[in-house]
Design a protein around this ligand. Structure first.
Ligand SMILES: Nc1ncnc2c1ncn2[C@@H]1O[C@H](COP(=O)(O)OP(=O)(O)OP(=O)(O)O)[C@@H](O)[C@H]1O
Length: 307
């Protein structure tokens, strides 16, 4: 057991996963190797944020988020409340159902390997996304993208891979309505009926949907993918083709790299921040440059500079 007060690493575990024997095994294994690792467990949403305060007060120099994208999001929110000079580094023990951020980083998924890397891996400063004042580290996905990432049956994810015909039928059955709104970014603006929107600091969401494939965490830019709404099967087929190539200025699909973007919606627009659902009538997405010290694997695909 580590002694509080001296420099140590804290593992903040989502309580959903805390009793898994392989997590206990990994913690004991690494403690036996001499690592000073304190463990705290969340009871409910929001606990991750104040547990970061406790970890910092206890002298933690690294904090490991044990959970999925939502848990990482909470812990990043907690870390961003700390003064930059006292902000511990973030390591990740992937324990969610999707683990999109961890997969994008190419982290090991086995608990022993993941925990060992989180404790000993090298640290790089990475950008943190901001949606108004809220932090996100991976992807904000909206419209249909928000529906894919939460609150929909798993079957819907399969439908996305099932081609235009089944997707069109499902959207009709669902009476899917586009979201009208006005988007602005440094070099342009557009009035759009939106089918979907993704704003990526990281590259994937929704359980492996690579919505922002050229995302880098250290480039000072957000990937902006938006897809205009469509009315026919033919148009949907064109969208699927355009999504293959992600044109800057396609007929339906636009893929841009921007330091900020603003959206004014005619209604409450559903947007997930790292998978956690929100609604906005107006938002501005931007970045805090290199604000988060992150533990990364070697040759991390989300970095411009080698990890
Ligand atoms: N002890 C707990 N029991 C149940 N839920 C919890 C507990 N502590 C936190 N939570 C909830 O867990 C959610 C975050 O889950 P997490 O991201 O770790 O897993 P996930 O949703 O399976 O991951 P992913 O987004 O990668 O699929 C938060 O919304 C939070 O409210």
């Amino acid at each position: 057991m580590a002694s509080p007060g001296k420099e140590s690493t804290w593992l903040i575990l989502n309580g959903k996963s805390a009793q898994q024997p392989e997590i206990r095994d990994a913690v004991e294994h690494l403690r036996r190797q001499g690592h000073d690792l304190q463990v705290r467990v969340t009871w409910e949403g929001g606990d991750g944020v104040w547990l970061v305060d406790s970890a910092v007060a206890g002298g933690a120099s690294r904090i490991i988020a044990g959970g999925g994208d939502g848990s990482i999001n909470e812990i990043v929110a907690g870390l961003m409340r700390q003064p930059p000079e006292r902000r511990p580094a973030l390591g990740i023990l992937p324990l969610g159902s999707a683990n999109d951020f961890a997969h994008g980083l190419n982290l090991p998924m086995g608990p022993r390997d993941a925990l060992a890397l989180a404790l000993t891996g090298s640290i790089r400063p990475v950008d943190v996304g901001k949606l108004d004042d809220e932090a996100f580290v991976n992807v904000a996905s909206g419209g249909f993208g928000a529906e894919i990432t939460t609150s929909t049956p798993v079957g819907l994810k399969r439908l996305l891979g099932g081609g235009a015909y089944s997707l069109m039928g499902m959207l009709k059955a669902w009476n899917y309505q586009p979201f009208e709104g006005h988007m602005r970014w440094p070099e342009g603006e557009a009035r759009v009926p939106l089918f979907m929107l993704a704003i990526g600091n990281g590259c994937q969401a929704g359980g492996g949907q690579r919505l922002a494939p050229s995302a880098r965490l250290d480039d000072g830019l957000l990937e902006l993918l938006f897809v205009r709404h469509f009315n026919s099967l033919g148009e949907l087929k064109r969208i699927i083709d355009e999504l293959e190539n992600l044109p800057q200025d396609g007929e339906f699909v636009r893929y841009l790299r921007v330091p900020w973007v603003e959206f004014d919606s005619d209604g409450a627009f559903p947007l997930n921040l790292d998978g956690e659902p929100r609604r906005y009538e107006h938002f501005r997405a931007s970045l805090d440059r290199e604000a988060l010290p992150l533990v990364v694997p070697e040759n991390c695909p989300l970095l411009r500079r080698a990890g």
